[in-house]
Design a protein around this ligand. Structure first.
Ligand code: 26Y
Length: 822
């Protein structure tokens, strides 16, 4: 006999505050082992998280079962980064549990808001690319697409940034130190991942085949995370891999058996998932990074093939079963791994295997900077993955044969298109491998996709024109509007209902409200309330005092020269210089608070100098009485998703000022517009599409266009000419050079100044005058609050296109061709 409960599927607890209290207290007592009266805030946060999990569990188990059973085509999203942000609020919202939880906790004398602050966000990404992956898994779940996200469970995420005397100092982010209530370890699903060794040929019933004889291996242990769709009863899975040393028997492969050596070997293996690399655009070619990449994609491919296919699955049908989406080049080593599995392990003919592989992968490129394209030196790759290198060589040979067949012996073209670069060292160009193997290649905004076709991958577009497409990025409206900006969300819902949460284009229905003075007043009050809330956060977090009534001007993103934080600094310094030189009466300055948020890659010296300069300018400007409190610069350290959710809803002005042709898309730009900030921006990335949608009169455009940038570069750009010809620019740069922001020490910022004057790779000086003029238009526009608010409302109403739900629908239509869910 079997107990009747053992036959029933798991069900969610009853949806009531009382049932929630019971589950919460049960978890506090039985999972945490504490009584409520003795519990710490962390205990309560954990018990709350476990309770929320319990409500989602039945749906999750059902979705896992369904995904396996249906065998319809699904997406494996391969990304080395997921910048998730806090989970509690997101999961409460998705589960429709926020009100019940609040009431339940209140009845126990606990404030939900206090517990929220307790969560350490998993910062398993650097910036835009990692945050995009997090938005995409949210939309995949909300749209009910059969899918799984695969990545790495870094023990240390993106570093915690602190400032010491204005300079960035990095601290490890030990986000797991108090445990993580959202993860489920699945050691029984571990995969063994091999590395090193050599290849050999052998006779397989008269056929000569190649095989890999690895040198060492590690265990990849998966941790599952729930990814609930927005109030749709769906829960998808994010599966992150953690490296663990294999047992002593396997360790003997590479050590002699002595104990100390064995411990060292264990540490070595576990290093693989130890830390997220904090470089976000200059690949360092480090062996450990290649280990991370192969580690997670090999584990993911095997996990899919071992666990998701029906018994006796015919591998030639794989293209109708799965598409692996490659989030930039980081997972591209999956391509030769997939070939190796099909050819070496499944004994498939090369041509048949290649025909399948070419349909099972698609590649998203996120950059235009040539130095950001990953290449792996052949000697390194061959040492770590010798069989994969052979496979890459063969893919390249056959590809170049096809190129020759088309164009003849055009050696220049062959050299330019080869997956193998010969200089400065023989290397594998991962973007080329991805382009040759991928069924589709996409950029992340219209302009970016066009420039990919015209420039970076021009020869490939000529050869495979049908491969190239665009999918403009998007952001999840659940996190970045509903959760980050509850007041605006409430106002929108009052006006047009709540359908916008899953159909963001419906924000269009707000357009008429821009003409309604009552709505404008309410909208203005929401912005003011969001500013007050931000001020409280900044006071509590960093001790900043921010004045009310200022235009809030925000530039938050990674620190990179191409993004041009320096241009923003020059604007601040020019305003300051105008007042202290007596040219501009302080009373004429539009009161502004400028907020910066930015992490610099630890090895990126120039970026760190710019951080130092921003802090130095802030400390001088903020304390100079001649400014009359009309200009404040604040730079809260450690900008992360949690802070973004506070800053963006409060902003009036969004700074999107990269040199045209350098920012692939940007996604912060979308978040600001959706929250009613106006953009000051160049014609770059998705700014182009934002401006087209909101209209020129609701966007402050400045700077050279991409073709103008290219022309100027071709003519030979000389920044000092701009310095000579523009008195305002000269005064600002001279003030920095004079030591005014470094206690008279002219050497501190000299490298910044000389870089601007003699190199200025990103043409800050060329766009300075146009930027200052655009900022004057901003000041004039802000003086008319009614008109400003009208524009802000139109920004919200017209940017519904930038939902990540729309991006995912575009991926389905243009790339994945996954059928709609049954
Ligand atoms: C290889 C390693 C150095 C590396 C690590 C991280 C290289 C790049 C990255 C991250 C890149 C990134 O975040 N790119 C950004 O992707 C966003 C999402 O598509 C774009 O909006 C943004 O313009 C682009 O810079």
């Amino acid at each position: 006999a079997t107990h009747p409960l053992a036959l029933a599927p798991v069900t969610a607890p009853e949806s009531s505050a009382d049932a929630f209290v019971a589950d919460f207290l049960h978890s506090l007592n039985f999972d945490r082992g504490v009584a409520l009266s003795a519990s710490s805030a962390n205990d309560r946060y954990f018990a709350l998280a476990h309770t929320v999990r319990d409500y989602l569990m039945a749906r999750w188990l059902e979705d896992l079962r369904r995904q396996k059973q249906s065998q319809s085509k699904g997406v494996c999203y391969l990304s080395a980064e997921y910048l998730l942000g806090r989970q509690l609020d997101n999961n409460l919202l998705a589960g429709g549990l926020a009100d019940i939880a609040e009431e339940a906790l209140a009845s126990c004398g606990i404030s939900l808001d206090d517990l929220r602050q307790h969560e350490v966000e998993p910062g398993l990404g650097n910036g835009g690319l990692g945050r995009l992956a997090a938005c995409f898994i949210d939309s995949l779940a909300t749209l009910g697409v059969p899918s799984i996200g695969y990545g790495i469970r870094y023990e240390y995420g993106i570093f915690r940034q602190t400032f010491v005397e204005g300079q960035q100092v990095e601290q490890p982010d030990s986000w797991l130190s108090l445990g993580s209530p959202w993860e489920f370890a699945r050691p029984e699903d571990a995969q063994t991942i091999a590395f090193g060794g050599r290849t050999e040929t052998y006779d397989d019933e008269g056929v000569t085949r190649s095989r890999w004889v690895p040198g060492w291996n590690v265990q990849a242990v998966p941790y599952n995370y729930m990814v609930p769709g927005f109030q749709n009863g769906r829960v998808n899975t994010l599966r992150l891999w953690s490296a663990v040393a294999t047992n002593a028997f396997d360790l003997r492969i590479f050590n002699s058996g002595d104990y100390e050596e064995a411990v060292r070997a264990q540490t070595f293996a576990e290093n693989i998932s130890k830390v997220l690399y904090p470089e976000d655009s200059t690949p360092q070619g480090k062996e450990l990074r290649l280990q991370q990449q192969y580690f997670f994609v090999a584990a993911s491919i095997h996990d899919f093939l071992d666990n998701m296919l029906a018994e006796g699955f015919d591998l030639s049908a794989l293209p109708d079963r799965v598409i692996f989406q490659l989030n930039d080049t980081h997972p591209v080593i999956a391509v030769p791994e997939f070939m190796r599995v099909l050819v070496d392990e499944k004994k498939m003919e090369w041509d048949a295997a290649w025909a399948i592989t070419r349909q099972c992968f698609a590649y998203t490129c996120h950059t235009l900077l040539p130095e950001a394209l990953e290449v792996w030196p052949v000697d390194l790759l061959g040492r770590l993955l010798p069989r994969h290198l052979e496979i890459i060589y063969r893919i390249n040979e056959e590809f170049l044969d096809a190129v020759r067949a088309r164009y003849g012996d055009d050696e220049m073209r062959i050299r330019n298109m080869s997956i193998i670069a010969e200089h400065p060292v023989r290397s594998v160009r991962m973007a080329y491998l991805a382009t040759v193997a991928g069924a589709r290649v996409n950029g992340v905004a219209e302009l970016h996709s066009q420039l990919l076709r015209d420039k970076v991958l021009g020869d490939f577009d000529d050869f495979f024109p049908e491969k190239f497409t665009n999918v403009t990025n998007g952001v999840t409206p659940r996190r970045f509007l509903r959760l980050a900006n509850p007041e605006l969300s409430g106002l929108i819902t009052e006006a047009i209902g709540d359908g916008w949460l899953t159909d963001l284009e419906r924000l269009r229905e707000l357009e008429p409200f821009a003409e309604d003075s009552g709505f404008r007043a309410a909208f203005g009050e929401v912005k003011a309330a969001n500013k007050r809330r931000l001020h409280e956060v900044l006071r509590a977090r960093d001790g900043f005092e921010v004045s009310d009534g200022h235009l809030l001007d925000v530039m938050v993103k990674r620190l990179h020269e191409y993004k041009r934080q320096m241009l923003k600094v020059l604007h601040v310094v020019s305003t300051y210089e105008g007042v202290v030189s007596g040219r501009v009466p302080a009373a004429e300055v539009q009161p502004r608070t400028v907020i910066f948020g930015a992490k610099a890659a630890p090895g990126y010296t120039m970026a760190k100098r710019i951080i130092h300069l921003i802090n130095a300018v802030g400390s001088v400007v903020n304390s100079d009485p001649r400014l009359d409190g009309r200009l404040t610069v604040i730079f809260p350290p450690n900008y992360d998703v949690t802070l973004a959710e506070r800053v963006i809803p409060a902003a009036d002005l969004s700074e999107q000022i990269s040199l045209a042709g350098k920012e692939a898309s940007g996604t912060g730009n979308m978040k600001f517009a959706l929250n009613g900030a106006l953009t000051i921006g160049t014609d770059d990335g998705a700014n182009v599409e934002i401006r087209e949608l909101v209209g020129d009169e609701n966007f402050f455009l400045f700077g050279m266009s991409e073709p103008e940038v290219s022309e100027s570069a071709a003519r030979g750009y000389r920044p000092s000419e701009f310095y000579q010809e523009d008195a305002g620019l000269r005064a600002a740069i001279d003030l920095i050079a004079s030591g005014a922001f470094s206690r008279g020490d002219r050497s501190v910022f000299e490298p910044i100044v000389s870089n601007l004057l003699y190199e200025d790779r990103f043409m800050v000086l060329a766009d300075y005058a146009s930027y200052i003029a655009a900022q004057e238009r901003v000041d004039d526009a802000y003086a008319d609050q009614e008109a400003w608010t009208r524009s802000a409302i139109l920004n919200v109403a017209r940017t519904g296109f930038f939902s990540s739900d729309r991006s995912i629908r575009d991926y389905i239509d243009r790339i994945w061709h996954t059928p709609p869910l049954a």
